[in-house]
Design a protein around this ligand. Structure first.
Ligand code: IMP
Length: 179
């Protein structure tokens, strides 16, 4: 498969769509098994998780509702951990098992804001599902319950993930080349 150029950078295929789909089916099976008999509320985090969640939900068999949430880091201040809730979770998650769905978890800074916000609405349990996790960078006491791929500290793009808001539509996940 060919490299792609996005703006000033070149990316090569890292995880192809068929690998992604196989992993999503496995992840959905794990959620179905571990959440059997529970009322689940999925909270996919916009924008990055839109493709991942669209594929994941097709394999979900447990009773559920879906509410998209949106959080944004203040530009230029990512390292301070200040994250703005643009579309917070609804009160209706009370008494359900809330599953936050992320495309990628890096340091965990975003989750440090989302998890307490979700807890405030009174769910029975809060769980995290992420297609990608960079375990070496993750620095949050709350563990990721459902992980697709653990990856190295490479910058990746495609399948919902962006580079400067571009590349979200790509079928595969690509990583940055050195060239
Ligand atoms: P965290 O708050 O450090 O866990 O970072 C989470 C957010 O950073 C993700 O939701 C992405 O928006 C962005 N991010 C982190 N690593 C990557 C990457 O490799 N590619 C694209 N976006 C990334």
């Amino acid at each position: 498969m060919e490299n792609v150029k996005i703006k000033d950078k070149t990316f090569k295929v890292y995880l192809n769509n068929s690998q992604i789909q196989t992993e999503i089916q496995r992840l959905a099976g794990e959620i179905n098994a571990r959440c059997a008999g529970k009322k689940v509320t999925f909270l996919p985090v916009l924008s990055g998780s839109f493709l991942f969640f669209a594929d994941l939900i097709k394999h979900i068999k447990v009773e559920h509702e879906i509410y998209f949430v949106k959080y944004k880091s203040y530009s230029g201040t990512d390292s301070t951990g200040i994250v703005d809730a643009m579309l917070p979770p609804p009160a209706s998650i009370k008494g359900t098992t809330a599953i936050i769905v992320e495309d990628i978890v890096d340091t965990g800074t975003t989750l440090k804001t989302i998890v307490p916000d979700v807890q405030k609405s009174g769910p029975d349990a809060v769980k995290i599902c992420s297609l990608l996790l960079k375990p070496d960078k993750y620095d949050f006491a709350f563990s990721v319950d459902f992980t697709g791929f653990e990856i190295e500290n490479d910058f990746v793009v495609g399948y919902g993930l962006d580079y400067d808001e571009a590349g979200r539509n790509l079928r595969h996940i690509y990583k940055l080349t050195n060239s």
